[in-house]
Design a protein around this ligand. Structure first.
Ligand code: PMP
Length: 400
């Protein structure tokens, strides 16, 4: 018998264009570098692990199992565990935004809430407005949806409402994505008067607002600024995203979305398609934890430590950075944003810094459109004040 010809082989079809067009996060690649022992990192936006309430959380998981292991280990509803939705609603209400448990959808991190809102609202080619610079993984999320991302002019206090109105009239965007409080990467906070103006622009010109607030509880000084969602005009058009990552622990992957009913219902359907529901046991443990522990007292401890770390960074930056550098003084959050003088390039500086065993994130990848190569983001949360001072000495050596 003649040998049969080999079966023809065809390559599988190509990846979706959107998957190819969005690159991986350059920050993830930098973070890999910073895991070297002895390196002092101002790079990652990580909470300090020694401040996690590991004992309290372990007890909460034990309690979740003890009360009903069968429930904790079973499938549950897409909207989330009623006790956790209730606790989130109570916390939001206490912060001045009347919220019922039914207004809340529990998500797998606030990152998922962003993905769900994007899946619900954004079609390929739709315009999405962002602060410039803004949170990298939001840019990835909008890129994957095929959005045309357009930056809104900002100054030291964030979005310029008049410029926003002009762009909305011109571009007819679907939504504005904003991190108004202790923004990532700049640490900036949008003042209340501008929030009121942004809400008015959204109401007048027709726009969804996506308010991402993972950092708002981490305030070290100054008065709290009400959520954008709480301003007149924003009520029926704001998706507010919250997170337990920075106040409990990011490994829990617990976040939430508060949105008007129709938008929330559409996000629930998108979540069914994505993961059915967020981990039942994690939700019940978090709800248990919120019952048993005063989370605000824990956050107060974290804030005290982070305030000292922020102050250590601010105290040493002047000696570390070359004359003519500028940086801000964030009232909370995790980041200081700095700009080197003319002729400097933060991306080129990074390998020199890593050689001196210190790291930061260059600002360029956070920009939409032409980046400012002189900018850098410095996170102050994961090292003690003494380590921060040493890290700044090393950074100064890298700059010389
Ligand atoms: N939004 C912003 C602005 C962030 O900085 C982060 C985390 N770094 C997230 C969302 C995602 O947080 P989560 O852990 O809740 O998914």
């Amino acid at each position: 018998m003649p040998a049969s010809a080999p079966a023809p082989v065809s390559s599988p079809p190509a990846f979706a264009a959107r998957a190819v067009s969005v690159g991986g996060s350059p920050v993830r690649e930098i973070l890999a570098l910073t895991e070297r022992p002895g390196l002092i990192s101002f790079a990652g936006g990580l909470p300090a692990p020694e401040l996690f309430d590991a004992e309290g959380l372990r007890a909460a998981y034990d309690a979740a199992f003890a009360v009903s292991a069968r429930r904790a280990l079973q499938y549950s509803t897409t909207e989330g565990a009623p006790e956790l939705r209730g606790a989130v609603a109570a916390r939001a209400t206490a912060r001045g935004l009347a919220t019922a448990p039914d207004d809340v959808l529990v998500t797998s991190g606030s990152q998922q809430a962003l993905a769900l809102i994007t899946a619900t609202l954004v079609e390929p080619g739709d315009v999405v407005l962002v602060e410039n610079p803004t949170y990298l993984a939001a840019l990835q999320c909008f890129g994957l949806a095929g959005a045309r991302v357009v930056p809104v002019p900002c100054d030291e206090e964030g979005i310029l409402p008049d410029a926003l109105a002009e762009i909305v009239a011109r571009e007819r965007p679907k939504l504005l994505y904003t991190v108004p409080t202790f923004q990532n990467p700049t640490g900036r906070t949008l003042p209340a008067a501008r929030r009121a103006a942004v809400a008015q622009v959204a109401a007048r010109l027709g726009l969804w607002l996506v308010e991402d607030d993972p950092y708002g509880d981490l305030r070290y000084e100054g008065a709290e600024v009400p959520w954008l969602a709480a301003h007149p005009g924003a009520e029926d058009r704001t998706a507010l995203l919250g997170s337990f990552s920075k106040i409990m622990a990011p490994g829990l992957r617990l976040g939430w979305l508060r949105a008007p009913a129709a938008l929330r219902r559409a996000a629930v359907v998108a979540k069914q398609a994505a993961d059915l529901h967020t981990s039942t046991v994690d939700q019940l443990a978090a709800a248990r934890y919120l019952e048993a522990v005063d989370l605000d007292a824990h956050v107060a401890t974290v804030r005290t430590a982070y305030r000292a770390r922020r102050d250590a960074l601010l105290a040493g930056l002047g000696d570390a950075l070359p004359a003519g550098s500028v940086w801000n003084r964030p009232e909370g959050g995790m980041f200081v944003w700095a700009r080197l003088p003319e002729g400097h390039d933060a991306t080129a500086l990074l390998p020199k810094a890593v050689a001196q065993r210190v790291a930061f994130v260059p600002g360029a990848p956070f920009f939409t459109g032409p980046p400012d190569p002189r900018t850098l983001r410095l996170s102050f949360t994961t090292h003690t004040p003494a380590e921060i001072a040493e890290g700044l000495h090393r950074l100064g050596r890298a700059l010389n």
